[in-house]
Design a protein around this ligand. Sequence first.
Ligand SMILES: Cc1cc2nc3c(=O)[nH]c(=O)nc-3n(C[C@H](O)[C@H](O)[C@H](O)COP(=O)(O)OP(=O)(O)OC[C@H]3O[C@@H](n4cnc5c(N)ncnc54)[C@H](O)[C@@H]3O)c2cc1C
Length: 435
Amino acid sequence: MSAKEFPMSWQSPIAPGISWYQETVAERPEYPALDGSRQTSVAIIGGGFTGLQAAYHLAKSGVSVTLIEGCRIGDGASGRNGGQLGTGQRSYPDEIEEELGFERSKALFDLAENAKKYLFDFADEHGIDMDYLPGQLNVSHKASYEREYRQSVEAIVTRYGYPHMSFMDGKETAERAGSKRFFCGTRDTGTGHIHPLKLLIGLAKAAKDAGAGIFEMTPAKSIRQTAGKTLIETPTGTISADRVLIATNAYIENLEPVTAAHVMPIHSFIGATVPLDRFPEVIPGSEALADSRFVVRYWRKTRDGRLLFGGREAYTADAPRDISSHIRRQIAEIYPQLRDIEITHAWGGCVGITMPRKPFAREVMPGVMSIGGYSGHGVMLSNYCGKLYADSITGKTGELDLLKDLKVPPFPGGAKFRSPLLFLALTWFALRDKF
Ligand SMILES: Cc1cc2nc3c(=O)[nH]c(=O)nc-3n(C[C@H](O)[C@H](O)[C@H](O)COP(=O)(O)OP(=O)(O)OC[C@H]3O[C@@H](n4cnc5c(N)ncnc54)[C@H](O)[C@@H]3O)c2cc1C
């Protein structure tokens, strides 16, 4: 299909549903497919935040860079996620500290703070309005978690030097969430939520303007090495590169076995409601929320007052036939008054998770780095990791080493059994969420 033929209501071939994001961007620019073989200094596979940030910074530093995206920019997780930035890594820093000690845990926390600042600075510099709204609440669905929540807030504020977080008791949680469903929570005023596709479109444009070659509808079919070069086969040409970044995250499939063994796709689904003008009590402060379930639910209000509610992770390869009805049922558990609310858009995507829910950054072949597996915490981290990869090539910082040093084992079960095993394990955790 030539780039000119993309319809307005483009359906991602790798994820179900047309997102509210897609229908609220002024324009979704099109990039050509690769047309013939080429040589490049760095080849990047995957046009999400990770790949495009790397492409932008490499091109800006004068490195020749070619990025190929198998579908369209925005069809992967970066254009379809919950938009929540969060703070720190996926786990609270005091939990990471138990495993890695204070110094490394603090370094990882600081890396995430650098990532957050970087994202805001990048958007400012490029005039990208990403619909930012401040505030994030983590709310507990179990009374027994109160002590952990208090301890984590105490640690973050006093020992990690982050003054923006506070503990919320049941009353404050109910007022801010607009629901009595939760027992307590934490409030973070130093972060917030965004319209991710607006950021991604602005980022792709910045990378192109900086001189990166960007090609859509160009899937990498294989990666092989010969005579000091890495060759990437695509249906429309071979790319010969000195270095390669694999930035396919959850969508790796069979392209490269080491990444595939470490990063597992998990389906997650989001529904967008009509604006909640009649329900001003629902998140009156327009923060983003996430609950304490292992199978996490996450939701937020958009600038125009819609509820974007995500959850119903399905641990099988199949998408549910009716995403809206599952999402509506979950919304009603928290906001019974919204049980009949109209859901205007429903869509899904794949989150790339790792066994320990820490990012995966590893050289998988000589000169071939693979970065991903942010485990549902990648909006902020993936942007920064792309930049850090470029920095590692241009010799600017060694911050990426912090992530390369993390212990991330492969999923057990090999290619054949890892999905069924994960399904069993996660179903067990999902059951535990209920009690
Ligand atoms: C529904 C959902 C909700 C989420 N919510 C949040 C959230 O609220 N907060 C948060 O921090 N994180 C969230 N995430 C995770 C976050 O979106 C990701 O961590 C992040 O976008 C990863 O970016 P990436 O560039 O590494 O991967 P992606 O954005 O997934 O990009 C990978 C790209 O690689 C392409 N690709 C794959 N194989 C090939 C190939 N062989 N050849 C060429 N191209 C290929 C794919 O088409 C895809 O576009 C969510 C994810 C999903 C799916």
